[in-house]
Design a protein around this ligand. Structure first.
Ligand code: HEM
Length: 382
């Protein structure tokens, strides 16, 4: 991936994080929801473009990916200004771009999902593309219904609920990377991997439906199953994962995912409590979305952006601790204090710069933080 494209992603992802704090700096009279830019610029725009780049598997960023990035940024801006006709038109174009990439790389009908012999990492890869195009189609139908047709009226059937919906494709591609790192180890492990695949995907779909239909107790049940499944996948990664630098980032990512699950399940339990009101627990939802997007999803996106460059010349554990302090401590405090908002944004830019520009195996120029190279193996592009 070229340095210029990496710089563009750094700017976009840093801007996205900063929009998460902008409510602190602008008057309350502004009638727009900066959360849409905070979440869409990260998961749909940056994440979607990186997912397509990984799918195409080329060293350079193709015109198709550049078109996706430009259109998705325009989508986020129109969604921010609540101009829905252009959002609907762009949705169609984005679906065509994602689906054409998926069908070219895999197949129209995802037969591989049902083949035990197909690598689970490839199943997760195709599932992430399918999840992105389905998320776009469903969010388009929600806009059509809520703004124009008004056929169905449900509180949770809102475009903002897709903050979550557009985050899942990034989770699925990160899981694809994780499984690609795992060694094959006999039939029981193949079974466990496929159980992981179906429990995560069916769990996410059922959870999303329970959110839409506001069924709280079933939400607790299905997310607890998801939590145990994530724990199982983490144990498989620790046991079977090859000892590469990427593994350290992905294990840290899984830590963020468990943190995400715990804050998410806690939020559902609070939703069931008599004194629940969204504004009383916004801090918890923010901790949840910071950890899920700028923690878990970023770990996966980082591994994709530097896929051919590992090992990177940086002290992984130092950067991982810095990443946790920024996302789990500074960012949530940044919701209330301008100083911490600035500190979190500044630290996040440093983390992104270290990940995207530290010299790696194929780089001539760039940062050189520390020489600590782990034995390298061939890449695992599924
Ligand atoms: C077991 C795991 C999880 C649980 C229990 C959980 C729970 C929740 C709940 C209850 C909400 C509020 C939904 C609503 O009522 O509007 C939510 C929102 C959200 N979740 Fe999760 N979630 C989980 C996993 C994830 C993952 C893996 C991601 C991203 C990769 C994610 C990203 C988000 C985002 C971005 C929002 C919207 C936040 C906002 O509105 O500010 N969640 N989640």
């Amino acid at each position: 991936m070229s340095r210029r494209f990496r710089m563009l992603l750094l700017v976009l992802m840093s801007l996205a994080l900063f929009f998460g704090f902008l409510n602190l700096f602008v008057p309350k009279t502004i009638p727009y929801n900066f959360d849409r830019l905070h979440i869409f610029l990260f998961n749909l725009c940056s994440g979607g473009a990186i997912l397509l780049y990984f799918t195409e598997g080329r060293a350079t960023v193709s015109p198709k990916i550049r078109i996706f990035l430009v259109l998705s940024v325009v989508y986020a801006l129109f969604a921010f200004f609540k101009m829905y006709i252009p959002v609907l038109l762009i949705t169609l174009a984005l679906v065509v771009l994602v689906e054409s990439a998926r069908i070219r790389r895999f197949s129209f009908f995802p037969m591989d999902f049902f083949r035990a012999s197909a690598p689970v990492s490839a199943k997760f890869h195709q599932a992430s593309l399918l999840c992105l195009s389905l998320g776009l189609v469903i969010s388009g139908l929600v806009i059509l219904n809520n703004e124009y047709l008004k056929l169905v009226s449900m509180d949770k059937l809102q475009l903002d609920t897709f903050f979550l919906g557009f985050s899942f494709p990034l989770s699925l591609i990160t899981l694809s990377l994780l499984f690609a790192l795992m060694k094959e180890d006999g039939r029981p492990v193949v079974w466990l991997k496929n159980i992981g695949f179906w429990f995560v995907n069916l769990g996410v779909i059922i959870f999303f439906l329970f959110i839409i239909f506001e069924k709280l107790l079933p939400q607790v049940f299905v997310t607890s199953v998801l939590f145990v499944t994530v724990l199982m996948i983490l144990l498989l990664l620790i046991r079977l994962g090859e000892n590469l630098q990427q593994k350290a980032f992905l294990i840290s990512g899984m830590g963020f995912l468990l943190y995400t699950a715990i804050t998410g399940i806690l939020y559902i339990l609070y939703e069931m409590s008599p004194d629940y009101a969204p504004e009383n627990y916004r801090w918890l939802m923010r901790m949840h979305s910071f950890a899920s997007l700028y923690g878990w999803n970023l770990c996966g996106l980082a591994v994709i952006c530097r896929f051919d460059d590992f090992p990177l010349r940086l002290h992984s554990y130092g950067l991982i601790v810095f990443h946790w302090v920024t996302v789990a401590l500074l960012a949530p405090l940044g919701m209330y204090y301008k100083f911490f908002a600035g500190a979190a944004a500044f630290c996040f830019v440093i983390i992104l710069y270290a990940i995207l520009f530290t010299r790696g195996k194929t780089d001539k120029g760039g940062l050189d933080i520390e020489i600590s190279i782990t034995p390298e193996r061939e890449r695992h592009r599924n």
